[in-house]
Design a protein around this ligand. Structure first.
Ligand SMILES: NC(=O)c1ccc[n+]([C@@H]2O[C@H](COP(=O)([O-])OP(=O)(O)OC[C@H]3O[C@@H](n4cnc5c(N)ncnc54)[C@H](O)[C@@H]3O)[C@@H](O)[C@H]2O)c1
Length: 255
């Protein structure tokens, strides 16, 4: 039987680590070829190498998304090397330093919004242009956060950038629907990745998931694979009627 994404090409930003890396593996398992974009050159290469070892087609691209002028040329390089792009997953993101409103530094605000929001928008812009020119539709998945839906758990800049992702997703879905391009987002809760390593080891994360502002209904920290499974679902033919949505993958932390 043919894998469902055979012949499709995906870009995954933030593919070197955590949720992005698990998404690279998931898309490869479904037969897609994957361009792994990340500022972490070693991590991106190892994610692509791992994929090729299991028979998949994956290449690493080193890009720091803060340098937004590199985005158009990197998308162009992927199109030249793979011939097309059918799927974009914007998984690169940063939490930044924990600053309250009254101590918020502008430079930190700009840094977080550049990576979490502006880079996602620009990736969508250049990939969507290609999808429209080529015809045949496409899938775009962005990553919001449970922080976008609750007010007392996260740095204000991070939460604000993730809330903006929800509307970016809705507006883009409305614009791109006529081109058969689905645009959705997911909103994870506490997930064991590079980003949450500052909170401690797996036991510490388990405690965070069990009590306090990040508690979820299962008292269980998500694994990157739990979140990636939903991202991959949003790229499969079976989800073709879903667009403009933000699916919560936070084990009921937000209902
Ligand atoms: N881990 C959580 O609890 C959690 C919860 C909600 C949402 N998220 C979101 O999930 C997404 C994935 O994060 P993760 O948890 O897997 O963390 P992670 O740190 O494991 O992965 C993030 C990846 O993004 C890359 N990245 C960061 N800045 C970049 C830049 N300027 N240019 C290129 N690449 C860059 C990193 O190198 C890394 O590989 C992020 O958008 C994050 O905000 C995470």
């Amino acid at each position: 039987m043919n894998p469902e994404l055979a012949g499709k090409v995906a870009i995954v930003t933030g593919g070197a680590s955590g949720i992005g890396r698990a998404t690279v593996a998931g898309l490869l398992r479904h037969g897609a070829a994957v361009a792994v974009l990340d500022r972490d050159e070693t991590g991106a290469k190892s994610a692509a190498d791992e994929g090729r070892k299991t028979g998949g087609n994956a290449l690493a691209y080193t890009i720091d998304l803060v340098d937004t002028k590199l985005i158009a040329t990197t998308v162009e390089r992927v199109i030249q090397q793979f011939g097309r792009i059918d799927i974009l997953v914007n998984a690169a993101g940063v939490a930044g330093r924990f600053q309250t409103l009254v101590e918020q530094e502008e430079s930190e605000w700009d840094f977080i919004h550049t990576i979490n929001l502006k880079a996602s928008m620009l990736m969508m812009k250049y990939v969507a242009r290609h999808m429209i020119d080529r015809g045949g539709g496409g899938r775009i998945v962005n990553i919001s956060s449970s922080s976008a839906f609750r007010a007392r758990q996260s740095p204000i800049a991070y939460a604000s950038s993730k809330a903006a992702i929800v509307q970016l997703t809705r507006s883009a879905a409305a614009e791109l629907g006529k081109h058969d391009i689905n645009v959705n987002a997911i909103a994870p809760g506490i997930t064991a990745t590079g980003m949450t390593r500052v909170l401690g080891d797996n036991e510490a994360l388990q405690r965070v998931a069990s009590a306090g502002p990040l508690e979820n209904l299962f008292h269980r920290v998500s694994l990157p694979e739990d979140v990636a499974a939903v991202i991959v679902f949003l790229c499969l033919p079976g989800s073709r009627q879903i667009t403009g949505q933000t699916l919560h993958t936070s084990a009921g932390a937000v209902i």
